[in-house]
Design a protein around this ligand. Sequence first.
Ligand code: PRP
Ligand code: ZN
Length: 297
Amino acid sequence: MKTRDRLRIAMQKSGRLTEPALDLLNRCGLTFRQSRDKLFCFGEGEPVDLLLVRDDDIPGLIAQGVCDLGIVGRNVLSEYRLTAGREAEELAEWRALGFGRCRLSIAVPQELDYREAAQLQGQRIATSYPGLLGEWLRERGIDAGVVTLAGSVEIAPRLGTADAICDLVQSGGTLVANQLREAEVLLESEAVLAGAKALPSDERGDMIELLLKRLDGVIQVRESRLLLLQTSRHALEAVIRLLPGGPQPTLLPVAGQPDQLMLQALCAGEVSWRQLEEIKKAGAREMFVLPVEKMLA
Ligand code: PRP
Ligand code: ZN
């Protein structure tokens, strides 16, 4: 095969992962020239291009070497691993990306008194994930019929073509609209960065390493908050005890108020209203929670 010198990333053409995936790549310093309704987007600064495709095609494109990386749901990657045979063994989940969270679940009609998995014995279950569903059933020794459908899985019970379904659940709205309820969770999913287990030995390998480092920085920053507040020296100890985890806070004097301090703390995650109210009760005031734009520790 002809070798490429530019890195190629596959991602969903249009769907729930498209916007956040593009946003993430932008934050990593990658920008692209083509409009998003085109199949191919040329990278402007770095030698990294995008291929916009159907999400189910992404693992195969990586396995065949057409793309080096892909942003895809763990559900799609796992299903591919179970159904594609040998070539799927070369794929790795490089990073979990923290968006597109959903779960692959079995759902049953609301009126069914569901208590345990054994009730699925002999039932027909409609799904687009025959690999994952089949493995789950086998592990439990359940003999059920797997009805493989490409889409609109949720209407199968109403049409009488299945007794239950196995599909993605995010808000749960689709299940409610179809008078179904979640019975078993098979897989917790989110968007992941997938790629070949072995890095290419040319510049593309170096580019992947660079991208992974930037990605780690972006993911860490996205979850970080800077907390600023004022407190009296007297309340300082109580306030510090309530701070969410992170490195030691910085303390600064407040001009003209020797009894007061300004405290600055980096927090590892979101700071909730409840946490702020607790800290305030302990004696803090003038509190600010700021997002962190960039971080180089
Ligand atoms: C998924 C899934 C369900 C729905 C669940 O479909 O197949 O239909 O989302 O989401 P909810 O719990 O928030 O209602 P999606 O919209 O991603 O389209 P697709 O199945 O065609 O990929
Ligand atoms: Zn899909």
